[in-house]
Design a protein. Structure first.
Length: 266
């Protein structure tokens, strides 16, 4: 993989547009048949085929039986990870750092970020000083019923369903279809229950401004303890925008709770 950038010269400044190495995972395609591979081995096999250097791959033992016939590399990798998450409930983060692929358990990306106002002062935890906070909720993408099917297109049949009847009374029946392989049929109800728990919730967007830390980027987990703002516990960073001047470093974050019982649950 190689880095691509475009340079535009203005009257007083240079502007850069850059793509990180993960951009190429959306452009290349993979042709591979996976038979009785663990999720980790399936990912390693795809990486070997495409010449993708691996930094770290978490051990994932869900058995994968699937053919990826011309799928984008990123789509195939995300699908394998999704199968692991559906089976175990464990969330993962996939990202490229410099030129290597890392797939890490989300909980292993918890960090403590600090800021130092001046060289002679002690650093402090940035989560204790919160500014410009706002929270918005949406039910636009809510799902109230999950239907799991198995089999090929000519013989596709329902093997499990899960429904939140209380949510359906409020929002109507909104169905998400999930397809599993024949070897996953025994775990189909568990998959349906976990997918419903994931999708039957309000989407709550929390945005806030903090002192900056270069360690904070999307996919990292920060711990907050601000009861007055309702920010208590671990929160996943969805996006991070950093600004620098000659004196200070600030960042604006979008975050969401990592807990299943966050206030967005229905």
């Amino acid at each position: 993989m190689a880095e691509i950038y475009r340079v535009e010269k203005g009257s007083e400044e240079w502007k850069y547009k850059a793509y990180d190495y993960a951009w190429f995972l959306n452009k290349d395609k993979v042709f591979v048949q996976l038979v009785d591979c663990t999720a980790s081995d399936a990912i390693r096999r795809i990486c070997d085929q495409k010449g993708i250097e691996i930094g770290e791959i978490a051990e994932m033992n869900t058995v994968i039986n699937k053919v990826y016939n011309g799928d984008e590399v990123s789509k195939a990798l995300k699908d394998i990870i999704a199968q692991e998450t559906d089976s175990t409930g464990i969330e993962y983060r996939m990202e490229v750092r410099i030129d290597k692929l890392y797939i890490t358990k989300r909980d292993d990306l918890k960090i403590t970020a600090s800021y130092q106002l001046a060289p002679n002062e002690q650093p402090f935890d940035i989560t204790g000083v919160i500014g410009d906070y706002q929270a918005d909720s949406s039910v636009k993408d809510i799902v109230t019923k999950v239907v799991v099917t198995s089999g090929n297109e000519k013989d596709e049949h329902v093997v499990a369903t899960a429904e939140n009847a209380d949510a359906a009374k409020v929002y109507g029946e909104i169905v998400h279809y999930e397809k599993v392989t024949d070897k996953q049929k025994d775990d189909a109800q568990n998959i349906a229950d976990k997918k419903l728990k994931e999708l039957c919730r309000k989407k709550i967007s929390k945005r806030l401004k903090l002192f900056g830390s270069d360690d904070v980027r999307s996919g990292r987990v920060l711990t907050f303890n601000s009861e007055e703002l309702g920010l208590v516990g671990d929160f996943l960073v969805i996006s991070a925008s950093h600004t620098y001047d000659n004196i200070n470093h600030f960042m604006t974050l979008e975050i969401q709770s990592t807990k299943d019982n966050e206030e967005g649950a229905v």
